[in-house]
Unconditional design. Structure first.
Length: 318
């Protein structure tokens, strides 16, 4: 993995989860660094602690909701952050803020989601007679405490528990799982298994496509014995330095031109290049998945029979 992912943390209170993320970031091999701590309360303990630890902070004045989130967005972008971690940030994010950071905001919630979204999670768990409580890390969406789950930790409910006692133990669990989940999440763009799975989701959407291994590499082809391959994955194959999606070009002239013009995006794959197949470099921070999708479709069209491409070609005209 290249440079560390840059993370901004938003807090509203004492900042214990912020501290857990920060101290984890300073351990050898951690794939992220904390570049900003901010929030909706300029004098909260979390911001004071971050400042004492030498982390850049943005102390915003008391603002209305309409003013707060544009100010936060501006501060986070000015810090060069790529991801946002909510750590006890007690404001509901507006939809336009979330969409501006789509897939790049994480949150820690003190329940075993999807149970007990919102507030008073421990009181609700005790009232329901649950034997287990816990904490969840999830990707933030516009829906409250929704989004894909990344990690969970269970905490036993003990006889005589109060909400305060239970909350204290759940907080310990939160500190354990948040930094690990964040580290794994920011590492995904460089993880060959995750990249292969995402490419596979796109490739298998093409008509009559099927997954098939070729010479030990994951690939996708037209169904049937005579179906041709239209894409392969190459994980640092034959000396290549990158995880590649290998797709068809129109020939060697186009391949060489693309590699020369955009060497940070394309390369000539060691095994397939002689046949006019190009390597699209996937393990890079600015990867555009619409671009990947376009190449998969183009490569599929290059090998698909006319009966499959005819309707797609007609649709393209409208």
């Amino acid at each position: 993995m290249p440079d560390k992912a840059r993370v901004a943390i938003l807090v509203s209170g004492s900042g214990t989860n912020m501290a857990a993320l920060l101290y984890a970031s300073r351990q050898p091999g951690c794939p992220y660094e904390v570049v900003l701590v901010s929030g909706d309360k300029a004098d909260c303990g979390g911001i004071a602690l971050a400042e004492a630890e030498g982390v850049p902070v943005a102390r915003l004045p008391k603002l209305s909701k309409d003013e707060l989130f544009p100010a936060l967005d501006a501060a986070i972008r000015a810090a060069g952050a790529e991801y946002i971690a909510l750590a006890g940030f007690m404001r509901v994010l507006p939809a336009d803020f979330v969409s501006g950071w789509d897939g790049r905001i994480l949150n820690i919630h003190p329940s075993l989601l999807p149970r007990y979204k919102g507030l008073h999670t421990h009181e609700r768990a005790l009232a329901a007679g649950d034997s287990k409580a816990g904490a969840s890390v999830h990707v933030v969406t516009a829906a409250l405490d929704d989004g894909p789950l990344l990690a969970q930790a269970e905490v036993a409910v003990q006889p005589g528990d109060t909400a305060e006692k239970l909350a204290a133990r759940v907080l310990i669990a939160e500190h354990q799982i948040y930094s690990r989940a964040l580290a794994e999440y920011v590492s995904r763009p460089y993880n060959s298994e995750w990249l292969t799975a995402r490419v596979g989701d796109l490739a298998i959407q093409m008509p009559e496509a099927e997954a098939r291994t070729s010479h030990g590499s994951p690939g996708w082809k037209l169904a049937g014995k005579s179906g041709k391959f239209f894409a392969f994955m190459a994980d640092r194959h034959h000396g290549d330095r990158h995880v590649l999606l290998v797709v068809k070009t129109s020939g060697l002239d186009e391949l060489h031109a693309l590699v020369e013009q955009q060497p940070e995006v394309y390369c000539k794959p060691a095994y397939w290049g002689a046949g006019g197949w190009i390597g699209l470099i996937l393990d890079r921070p600015d990867l555009d998945w619409d671009h990947v999708r376009g190449w998969i479709e183009r490569s599929w069209r290059a090998v698909a029979p006319a009966r499959l491409t005819r309707l797609m070609n007609v649709a393209d005209e409208f």
